[in-house]
Each structure stands twice: as structure tokens, then as C-alpha cells.
Design a protein around this ligand. Sequence first.
Ligand SMILES: C[S@@+](CC[C@H](N)C(=O)[O-])C[C@H]1O[C@@H](n2cnc3c(N)ncnc32)[C@H](O)[C@@H]1O
Length: 433
Amino acid sequence: MNVSDYKNVTSATIATSSSVPRYRSRTQSDEPFMQYHSKGAVVLNSYLSDLVNLEGLISLNEDDLDAICNIPRFKDCKDKPLEEVFYKLRAYYQDIGYETLPEMSADFINRSISIAVRDILEYASINHSLPSGFPYVGSKGTSLYFELVDSTGYNVSRESYRHYVNFLKSISITTFFENLIFLGAGNGSEIEATLNNLPESILQKVKSVNTIDMTLSGIKHTFDKLKHDGTFKRFPHIELIGQVSQFEDVKVASRSDEYYKGNLAILIGKTSGNFNFQNLIEILNGFSSDGGNVLVDFGLFDTREQLTEISEMYKSDLNKRFLLSNLIRILTDLGCTPDMMTKIYDSFQVILESEENYSDFMSIRSVVSIPDEVNMILHDKFKLELPNQLTLMDSYRRKLPAITQAFHDAGYFLNQLYTSPDKKSLFTLAERM
Ligand SMILES: C[S@@+](CC[C@H](N)C(=O)[O-])C[C@H]1O[C@@H](n2cnc3c(N)ncnc32)[C@H](O)[C@@H]1O
């Protein structure tokens, strides 16, 4: 197939190539179409948005699992490996299509939330870090993030927005893109910037805007904001799709034809800095194996003093509250005391850590210490423990030559390289070689 055949591609031909929903038919509805890849993420979002009432404490210890395995539906779970048991429990307790939130019994809700919370804590226990999108989840996480972005002391997002607009104005791409896939809704400012500044020749071809974020409340706020500020009004034909999922879980199947480039994934706003290089490449691979490209930005650094400057900004009380709010909520609902929470809050630090194997990639890492009393409770409820030092968020800054080399080694060509005038940000169109 060559580019001129593009217009003849029917949605049936392309539907199987991707788990990212493709344009189906023009919808007159103003409401975005929502997809839930991760039902656990929806349950967690409802819980952290106070949309469900938790009765009693969250727990999934041996007694709880025994009680569940005595329910006829789960009788074949006895003596099965824990992973298999949880797979079945997730399918039943987190299928919100099966029982909608208001119909759930207190018991059902408690189990559904316990599974979602256990998944987060298990991730943290294995990776020594919270999942990167976790602080944003739920209405409180979302509004604390918006407050942070709007605050005068925190100018990362505003700076990044300004540079992104200049990059878009400088860009020269002739490829067709049918779907713009935003990795991370944030406060919507980069979606707005893209639709207002990407060259008209590219925008004319776009049929859908997909936003992937593990935070349901974030996607909803963003779509609402962009509908009201008129950004989407300019493009009445563009279908809006929200996908509640972790970036890591979205995989686009490989395509064999060489010209079709239907997807442009956009990972902007220094979100790439939340991932170490290996995880970042796995995410990018998930979005580019069909020939799609990824617009991505990086925070750059030259001297250690520049990193120290940023780490001072991350120590603000508002950032601390944003990063800790959901963790403290969960631990409190697990029975941890206010004293334990104060210890965690007071232990907050921002440290500089270089990435293993990449000394020119440095994380400005926000961490807390987990007291033993907290781990005793987690052990009792889930047979899990958190590391003594838990990473709340990584924020990598990288040196330019090292980025180019590492991407080249990972099989990517960095096209349209743009360095901001202050040399703190790099934007590029990453293409699979
Ligand atoms: C720094 S903000 C992005 C800024 C955004 N581009 C904007 O316009 O404001 C990061 C966003 O990515 C989401 N996020 C972070 N890690 C994620 C992950 N692993 N999977 C899905 N969403 C994630 C967060 O919920 C948040 O909305």
C-alpha cells in the first residue's frame, strides 16, 4: 500500500492492527467515548474520589482469602497459585459492567477496593516506587495536581507548555496521522497546544483524539475543560476517546506495510522523566510498533547545580501534599494511625540519583521512609511490605548526547530535534528505525 491509497483504507481493514481504538464513525454526540482497559484503575479512581463508601477496613489476608474461596463461584481457587486466584478475583470484583457502583454490596465494594489497593502496594513493594500515575488518581489527586500546576512556585509545566508551542510551530512533517494519542491528560494544556499549533496540513487528516491516562477523573476534567474553552469546537469532526489505562498496558500490534503511519502518540510535559530509560522504551515500543511515531520531550541538564535548583522546587509543601495524598489515604483506611502518617510526611526528601547504566540520566527523586509499624499492618493485611525508602516519583533530567545515543541503540531515529532556548528541554519526533 502506498500513501495515495490511504484514503481507501476502511476502518475494517485497520481495526485489527491496534488496541488503540480507531476512528469508527462520525459521532454527533458531544460526549467522549470512554474505554476502560484497566478496570482496577476505575475502581481505584472511584474509591479515591469518594464515589463509593468503604465499610470497615481494607484487607485481603489469609482469612479473607479463605472466606472468598469458600464462596461456590471461587471453590476451584483453593490451593491455586496466588496470581491465578487474583486473576479470577479481579475478573469478578472489578468488572464494573457486571455490577455498577450503586448496585454493589458493602462486601463487594470492600473486596473490589482491597484488590485494587493490593495491586498498587504490590507494585510498590516490587519496584520500590509508586506507579507513576498514582498520585494523580481520584478527585483529590487531580485537583491537587491542578493546584500545583497553577501555583507560582512550580513553573515546570508552564515552561514546558511555552517551549512545546514553539516546537510545534517549528515542526515540518508530511506524514498522515489519523489518531493523535495523548499519553497523559494532565490539565489538558498540551492537548490544547497541539490542536491550536500543529500545522493545519496535519490537523486536517486527524480523525480522533485519544487520551490515555490511568486517572479517570483527570481524563473527564480535561475533556470538560477543552470542550468549554472551545478547543474541540474547531474540530467538530474529531472523535474524542478516553482510555483509562496505564501506558505500559497499551500495545499496538505490528503492521507490515511501510507507508501507513496512522498513529501519532504524544508524550509531552516532561512525563517521560517519570520513567527510567528501559521502562520508557517499553512504553514507546508499545505505541510505535505499527509504524506510528511518538512526539516526546525530555528535561535536559548540564550541571548538578541545575538539578539542585529543581529539587528545591519539588520540596514545596504543595508538591509534598500532591505526592502523598493518595498514599496517606490508603494507609489510613488500612488502619495506620495519624502518628505513623506524620512520620511518613516528615520523612519526605528530594534526592539526586543517577540511573543504573546511564550516568548521564539523573533522577530528581521524591522519597519517603516507611516506618516498621506501617509494614507490620501491611504484612497483616496483605502479606506485603514496602521498602524502607519508597520512591513517590522520579523526575529524570538527561544530557543531550546521551539521549541521542541511547535512543539510537534502542532502535529509534530522533527526527525534528528542537532544543529550547534555555537548553532545559528537548523535543523530538521519535521514529522506529
Ligand atoms: C505530568 S502530567 C502530564 C502533563 C500533560 N501532558 C499536560 O498537558 O498537562 C502526567 C499525566 O500522566 C498520567 N500518568 C502518569 N503515569 C502514568 C502511567 N504510567 N499510565 C497512565 N497514566 C499515567 C498522570 O495521571 C497525569 O495525568
